[in-house]
Design a protein. Structure first.
Lengths: 322, 525
């Protein structure tokens, strides 16, 4: 869907982005992760030509974006800004309708789509008449997201979308974001400096440092097969939680004890992580939980200790022997 | 009825026609120029916000224009655009430009970068970003600039009367010249009220919320247009002959009022400042002007004085007038000032004025040359026996006389001299004298009689036409009333006079004011 080839951006002698290449496949969520100044935002902005590259090429859907008119290109790419960038002189409704207006949609279509999105994003309709500064931070960010999604562009670029929110709001919106069916249909490139967020939301992560991509891969690959000491260091602080989040129940399935019939109602575990299962033990203060494999429909009832031991077995098998 | 005993309200009622016309002219001048300034300044401000390197030069030039004194700017306009509304509007436009350009620039560049980025990222073209985002968000700042420009223009528009563009300045400057406080206030109060009113109105527009400002931005030009249409350009170019009279001449018994009463002269008249009047006559913008019979420009511009055959202009013999306590403080002063008495007749004074007004020699140079030729000049003694303060009105002849007196005092006595030249008009000069701001200045007998003393009509009729009677009357009255002494007359008579271009006067065979009246009457039929 998106191909980036040998992309560079130089400011005088400084190489903000230095010869990077990567691809994002359709419906994938790629996270550009790194500390500030690593070139992740510059990279993102070169994808919709807010910044023009010094060298290199970007193809979207096989088309070279430098050959397209910037404003037409951008109308087909959703964009969410860190500080939401809502227009202070527009009402919420006018903000959300910005792109469809530019695309000359009729009023009926705009209203229909707007109410559809409001519902999905849990925004009450009476917000529409308000101005952005009258909303809470979380609401502003949801409106920013609605504005980016409104025209249903296939590609969505997000620049630290949850960066300005407090921790509680952020966790909540991240969860909603993950559950949003709209986003399953989109190819997303998201910039963040928050490791947790990257692991929570990204299908793949590109870890950037000094204008270059140090490693690109799935969360598990970065954790268990770090390409360099830098990658290992970068993830060290939150390692355990990240690992528990990046390993799925289906990954450790074979290490769990053989089926025991308990009569408990089993929970299907498609994408759920070991961390998710641990949270359930804590949340419900129970000894056993029953889980069901999505493909084989096999049901296993497990204890917390059994889960942990299965996880360690899996981890030992994965890591190279030292 | 003596004007001094009138209340301001009576004056305004009596003059309500003029007041209304002047107010409308004032509003018109202010808003025509403002409208042009908005049309020019707004795009220019946007341009320099887009192309930042241009902002320095553009704001610099607009800033320099702002610092040119208003009168000088109006003066520059005359050779280019003549007199009347055009040069006044151009000058006001130039003054309004800076606040509008600067605030547009500040407003547009001050829009939050992330909002601009969002607008671009949504797929707006640069034009759409400007009209949908930048201008609406910058609008309160831009309106603040327009508001500043409006208030500046209401103030500067008072000066438009200097170049015959009308407005409330006619009353203000006429009143200053005529020592008529009611007239000053009748111009100044409405002007101040206009400034406050427009400021309030615009501040109201500025405080409207974002949404309404967007409609406000479109209605504003319409409102400006309506206000601008108040101004009907005074028809300075209509009629057979056009007269240009100073505000002072307009209101004086020995000026326009006398011309109307005694001669029955009806001529299309515009009000103009005397600094530009001669030039306007020379440039054929005006046909008849009210000048001074010793003015050097008479010679320079080849003008001819019309004979005052019915004697309405009283004698204007010049003499220094001194506060008596100053004479006691500086015992040598009277003797020294009288050195000049009898030395300058009309033609000498005209010649001296010609050298300053037309040949652009400095008054000091002209004064020194004159004193040297008449063996009156002595080098300065640089004594320290106290400082004599000399005043003068704001025209060349007074500067020359002040310089001569300064040199005489320095050369013949041990006193020091401080000169306060360029005091706006008779009222300002005379007030400075009575309030002990200056010690003496050269005054004219006719002015002393008609402007300062303002005696009854009967007195004017008996003493007003004979130079000796006038002199002794003002001398006595000043002494009794103000404690001010008239010294010996210098010799020349700088009376009011009507003048025309020599060529035109010859062609139309107009040599007296009665000829002029007859010509006009025949032309009107």
């Amino acid at each position: 869907m998106i191909q980036v080839r040998q992309l560079s951006k130089h400011y005088g002698a400084t190489r903000a982005v230095d010869d990077i290449s990567f691809e994002v496949s359709e419906h994938e969520n790629l996270v550009l992760l790194g500390t500030s100044g690593c070139g992740k935002t510059t990279t993102l902005k070169m994808l919709n030509r807010l910044i023009e590259p010094t060298h290199g090429q970007v193809l979207i859907d096989g088309q070279d974006i430098s050959q397209q008119k910037p404003e037409l290109l951008r109308r087909n790419i959703g964009y969410v800004l860190q500080n939401n960038g809502l227009f202070p002189h527009y009402t919420v409704a006018e903000n959300i309708a910005t792109v469809p207006q530019l695309l000359n949609w009729d009023v009926g279509r705009i209203t229909k789509r707007m109410h559809e999105l409001l519902e999905k994003l849990h925004l009450p309709a009476d917000l529409l008449k308000l101005y952005p500064q009258q909303l809470s931070g979380g609401q502003q960010q949801r409106v920013g997201l609605a504005r980016a999604l409104m025209a249903d562009a296939p590609v969505l670029l997000m620049d630290e979308p949850f960066g300005a929110l407090d921790t509680i709001t952020r966790t909540k919106i991240q969860a909603e974001f993950k559950a949003l069916d709209e986003l399953q249909r989109k190819t997303i490139v998201m910039v963040t400096h928050d490791v947790q967020e990257a692991f929570e939301l990204g299908n793949r992560i590109a870890l950037m440092h000094q204008g270059r991509i140090v490693q690109i891969g799935t969360p598990a690959e970065l954790l268990f097969n770090p390409a360099s000491a830098f990658v290992k260091e970068f993830l060290q602080a939150q390692r355990l939680q990240l690992e528990l989040k990046s390993v799925k129940l289906t990954d450790v399935w074979d290490n769990l004890p053989t089926p025991i019939v308990s009569g408990m109602q089993p929970v299907a575990c498609n994408e759920q992580s070991v961390w998710w299962a641990m949270e359930r033990f804590k949340e419900h203060a129970i000894q056993n939980i029953a889980v069901q494999h999505p493909q084989t429909h096999q049901v296993k009832t497990i204890t917390f200790e059994q889960l942990m031991s299965a996880y360690y077995q899996y981890q030992n098998a994965l890591q190279p022997h030292e | 009825m003596n004007e001094q005993s009138q209340t301001l309200w009576q004056f305004m009622q009596q003059q309500h026609d003029k007041l209304l016309t002047q107010t409308l002219e004032h509003i018109g001048l202010t808003f025509i120029s403002l409208l042009i300034a908005v049309f020019v300044g707004l795009p220019l401000g946007i341009l320099i916000a887009r192309k930042r390197p241009l902002s320095g030069p553009v704001l610099g030039i607009a800033g320099v224009l702002q610092t040119i004194p208003s009168i000088a700017l109006l003066g520059f306009m005359i050779p280019l655009l003549g007199i009347g509304a055009k040069p006044a509007i151009v000058a006001l436009f130039l003054y309004a430009l800076l606040p509008i350009i600067r605030n547009t620039y500040t407003g547009v560049t001050g829009v939050d970068a992330s909002v601009k980025e969002a607008a671009l990222a949504m797929g707006m073209s640069l034009k759409q970003v400007l009209f949908k985002v930048e201008l609406p968000l910058a609008m309160p700042v831009i309106l603040a600039g327009i508001r500043t420009a409006t208030v500046i223009n209401v103030g500067v528009a008072t000066l438009a009367s200097y170049i015959a563009a009308g407005g409330l300045g006619e009353f203000i400057f006429g009143g200053i010249s005529l020592n008529n406080s009611n007239m000053i206030l009748a111009g100044a109060i409405p002007a101040a009220l206009l400034a406050i009113l427009f400021d309030l109105l615009l501040s109201f527009v500025q405080k409207l919320n974002f949404k309404k400002v967007r409609t406000g931005a479109y209605t504003l030009p319409v409102i400006l247009l309506v206000l601008a249409s108040f101004y009907f350009v005074p028809s300075a170019y209509g009629g057979k002959l056009t007269a240009g009279f100073t505000p002072e001449f307009m209101g004086r018994q020995d000026g326009n009022l006398g011309l109307q009463q005694k001669y029955g002269l009806k001529i299309h008249t515009i009000v103009i400042n005397d600094a530009v009047m001669y030039n306007a006559a020379f440039e054929k913008q005006l046909d008849v002007i009210s000048g001074y019979s010793t003015d050097g420009r008479l010679k320079a511009f080849n003008l001819v004085v019309l004979d005052d055959d019915k004697k309405i202009f009283p004698p204007y013999y010049a003499a220094p007038i001194v506060r008596e306590d100053a004479l006691r403080k500086f015992p040598e002063l009277e003797k020294t000032l009288n050195l000049l008495a009898g030395h300058i007749n009309d033609s000498i004074m005209t010649e001296l004025n010609y050298r300053t007004d037309y040949l652009h020699q400095t008054p000091e140079q002209v004064a020194k040359d004159f004193l040297a030729t008449h063996h009156l000049y002595k080098p300065a003694r640089n004594g320290n026996g106290g400082t004599v303060r000399i005043g003068s009105k704001i025209f060349g002849e007074q500067y020359i006389l002040a310089s001569m007196y300064s040199m005489l005092i320095k050369g013949y006595t041990n006193y020091n001299v401080a000169t306060k030249t360029g005091l706006g008009g008779t009222k300002i000069c005379f007030d400075a004298l009575t309030n002990n701001q200056i010690d003496f200045y050269p005054e004219y007998t006719g002015t002393g009689l008609l402007v300062i003393l303002q005696p009854s009509k009967k007195v004017v009729d008996t003493v007003g036409l004979d130079k000796n009677k006038t002199y002794s009357y003002v001398q006595q009255s000043f002494q009794n009333k103000y404690g001010i002494k008239w010294l010996k007359p210098i010799g020349f008579n700088n009376a009011y006079a009507l003048m025309m271009r020599r060529q035109q006067a010859d062609e139309l065979q107009i040599h007296t004011i009665s000829d002029l009246k007859n010509y006009l009457n025949s032309a009107q039929k």
